[in-house]
Design a protein around this ligand. Structure first.
Ligand code: AMP
Ligand code: ZN
Length: 477
């Protein structure tokens, strides 16, 4: 009997332990083999500003897991959803500040579209595959034509089931209505209240009740709802969008460890109470935090670094760094450990990539073979990256360059680029230009993403004489 175990073990924040991973569709029975899926949700960015280098960490960590799952279960089997939070008071504030002359809706659209485009560019340069679904919160506020879940309906359900109540211009989740509240963060409600420094706001039943919906003033963005024109709280969007693409209960839910409480705790409360389920996701995974040069990153400390600062400007160490070096730096620390992001580590990552490239060239091998078993076993042990990378060094040292390159490629690292050049780079660029002409932007973007993943950066310009679009390329690193 195939119970879905492929050698992968993961540490689960919910149980505080490591366990063998068996996807639900293999376990629950009655799901036809062709319909079985592995489902993962990761909380995505709030698009109000450039993503900082700490935000890159969950994107890279869960990209490695996505790639490993695709390798173990098949590409078409793994469904990965990562949301874009495009409604948030920080976005409103930024819109008013940056585009004071525009109507608010337009100003907000400018901020969220520009920031989302920059985020896509950043994470593609870091070698991350696009997720299967990337829903935007604003598309899931009110009932949808396609019948997928939406926030207003989920909030109505929570009220009808006695888990939420309107009060003081808000709709609040009643945490005492859920006996299991606090299971993920291992906090008991009584302890939370005893320790709470904030006075209970008068309209709340319990200090820990959190906002599902709040009314908007005329100057704030809003949607019509049974409770008046308003906007959703942050937590409800992930409950809705994960249900939309992965179902009421799914396999893996991830994010940075700062999200365990309150965000993920509240997602669980909303989803379980709205759906009447015991759980929302089976495995909860959290990446450790990143600091910069030994200190917590903050604007006031002067060590706040965006992804674009590192990749596109010379602000960090006086040069632009290859995305692949940043990726390798991040991967070299186990995902649950804290990382100190330093110039010295960036330099070390570049040296390591160069060394691998030299070894491969010296061996005359540029084609990856099959990923090495010992490497896979290490990576499958809760992404034990140090052992996995140590194995890659061993493979190079033993002269198994195809095995080393295939293993690295599974990590999204490609030290040798000739393969893609031979495989008709010019043809891919020409095809992308055709797609752009045909306004098939999704296909054009997919080609760009595919090439970016292989270290080829495309640059669009105009031919000064004909005015036609021309695309040039450069090898990153
Ligand atoms: P935010 O936009 O702040 O909600 O963060 C987006 C994602 O980045 C979340 O998964 C956070 O946990 C994660 N994150 C934010 N700051 C850091 C950091 N310094 N190190 C690692 N992950 C972070
Ligand atoms: Zn979330």
């Amino acid at each position: 009997m195939d119970d879905g175990f492929r050698g992968l073990s993961l540490t689960n924040t919910l149980t505080r332990s490591k366990a063998e991973f068996r996807p639900r569709d293999w376990r629950i029975g009655g799901v036809a083999e062709a319909d079985r899926r592995v489902r993962m949700y990761v909380c995505g960015p709030t698009v109000y500003d450039f993503a900082h280098i700490g935000n890159a960490r969950p994107v890279i960590v869960f990209d490695v897991l996505f790639r490993l799952l695709r390798h173990l279960y098949g590409e078409a089997v793994v469904v990965y959803a990562r949301n874009i939070t495009d409604v948030d008071d920080k976005i409103n504030a930024r819109a008013v500040r940056d585009h004071p002359a525009l109507p608010l809706n337009e100003a907000i659209a400018r901020v969220t579209q520009g920031t989302t485009a920059q985020f896509h560019k950043d994470v593609a340069a870091l070698g991350c595959l696009p997720p299967t679904h990337e829903p935007r919160a604003t598309a899931f506020v009110t009932p949808r034509a396609d019948g997928l879940p939406d926030m207003v309906t989920m909030i109505e359900t929570l009220i009808a089931r006695g888990h939420a109540y309107p009060a003081g211009g808000e709709v609040l989740f009643d945490v005492h209505s859920m006996p299991a509240y606090g299971a993920l963060s291992h906090r008991k409600l009584d302890e939370q209240q005893a320790g709470a420094r904030v006075a209970v706001e008068a309209h709340k039943r319990n200090a820990a009740d959190f906002v599902l919906w709040k009314l908007s003033s005329d100057e704030e963005p809003g949607w019509d709802s049974p409770w008046g024109r308003g906007r959703p709280g942050w937590h409800i969007e992930c409950s809705v969008m994960s249900a939309a693409y992965l179902g009421e209960v799914f396999d893996i839910h991830g994010g940075g460890l700062d999200l365990i409480f309150p965000h993920h705790e509240n997602e669980i409360a909303q989803s379980c109470c709205a759906h009447g389920t015991e759980e929302m996701a089976e495995v909860w995974m959290h990446n450790g935090f990143l600091q910069v040069e030994g200190r917590k990153m903050s604007k006031s400390e002067g060590n706040f670094v965006t992804i674009a600062d590192v990749l596109e400007t010379e602000k960090v160490g006086g040069r632009r760094w290859p995305g692949e070096a940043v990726r390798l730096l991040m991967m070299k620390t186990h995902y649950r450990e804290p990382i100190d992001f330093t110039l010295a580590k960036l330099e070390e990552a570049v040296r390591e990539l160069d060394r691998w490239e030299r070894l491969a060239r010296a061996a005359g091998t540029v084609e990856p073979g099959v990923a090495d078993e010992a490497f896979l076993a290490a990576l499958s042990d809760d992404l034990a990256i140090s052992a996995a990378i140590a194995r890659i060094h061993q493979l190079f040292d033993a002269g198994d360059v195809p095995g080393a390159l295939a293993s690295l490629s599974l990590l999204g690292i490609h030290p040798i680029r000739e393969a893609v050049l031979d495989a008709g780079l010019e043809a891919r660029i020409a095809e992308r230009l055709e797609r752009l002409k045909a306004k098939d932007f999704a296909a054009a973007d997919a080609i760009r993403a595919e090439l970016t993943e292989q270290g080829i950066m495309l640059k669009d310009g105009k031919d000064p004489i004909s005015g036609e679009r021309v695309t040039t390329w450069e090898l990153k690193r």
